[in-house]
Design a binder for this molecule. Sequence first.
Ligand SMILES: C[S@@+](CC[C@H](N)C(=O)[O-])C[C@H]1O[C@@H](n2cnc3c(N)ncnc32)[C@H](O)[C@@H]1O
Length: 296
Amino acid sequence: MALRFPQLLKVAEEQQNSKYSSGGKMIPTPEEAATFQPQVVAEGGWEKCWEDGVTPWDQGRATPLILHLLDSSSLPLGRTLVPGCGGGHDIVAMANPERFVVGLDISEKALKKANETYGSAPNAKYFAFMKEDFFTWRPDELFDLIFDYVFFCAIEPEMRPAWAKSMYELLKPEGELITLMYPITDHVGGAPYKVSVSAYECFLFVSIRTCFLFFPFGTTPYCKLEFGLSRRGCFLLPQNLFLYFSKLVFVKLQEVLFSSPLRVPLGFKAVSIEENPDSIPTRKGKEKLGRWKKIN
Ligand SMILES: C[S@@+](CC[C@H](N)C(=O)[O-])C[C@H]1O[C@@H](n2cnc3c(N)ncnc32)[C@H](O)[C@@H]1O
């Protein structure tokens, strides 16, 4: 059975007061971000942050939005993944007999803390912390739900295409991705790196060009992916090499002459994008809730 709101609040309060809590220190403001980055990058990465207790993003309790979604029964059930789970607060809040939650982190120290704090929680058999890299880990069983908070902004922006690819590969068909998009600011550097709704869309959608090509050999629909998640690939299967290369030449030529770029959602569709109604004060106005569905 799911916990009701007063119980959830109690869980959050207990988390806040636990020996582990960082005292509610928040992720750095954009102004602080510049000094946060050297710490992460130059001084040994995430592991070092956790070892030194430099975890200013950690709220020491479950994310209020998660408690709200639980209370309003609007958080999907089923196998759930939280990449970059850190201290594990959201994992424990979400876990119940109908929702098994996997918290993933590359930091051994983070997971040690999470296990120390929550290992004997009453719902411990409904969650697991795993030391795995989100970009390479591929379990046998896929997920119904993935929740990303302060993970997208924590990875290098160059990793964002790989982030979207991993999301796609780890979700079941029709699975849901919930992103709490933060920080929506215009600061330079990171982590956290600035984000925007279009930064997410850019990688969860894909641009394709479509054109119908006329060949001496017949008419061939052609769909070329510029980048992204589709498994469709190129449709041109060569009957023989001559045909193949002739087609490539025609394709290139006609792309230049006739086609226009077309943004088409592939892989995910946006179900809703809205202000986070439950932002903590220091993040108000800087974060949005995005709900996405995997569509193919
Ligand atoms: C800024 S923290 C956010 C933690 C948590 N989501 C929260 O809101 O408190 C980012 C976390 O992602 C983890 N991380 C970074 N790269 C990762 C990767 N490739 N796979 C899994 N975890 C990763 C770090 O160790 C760190 O604990």
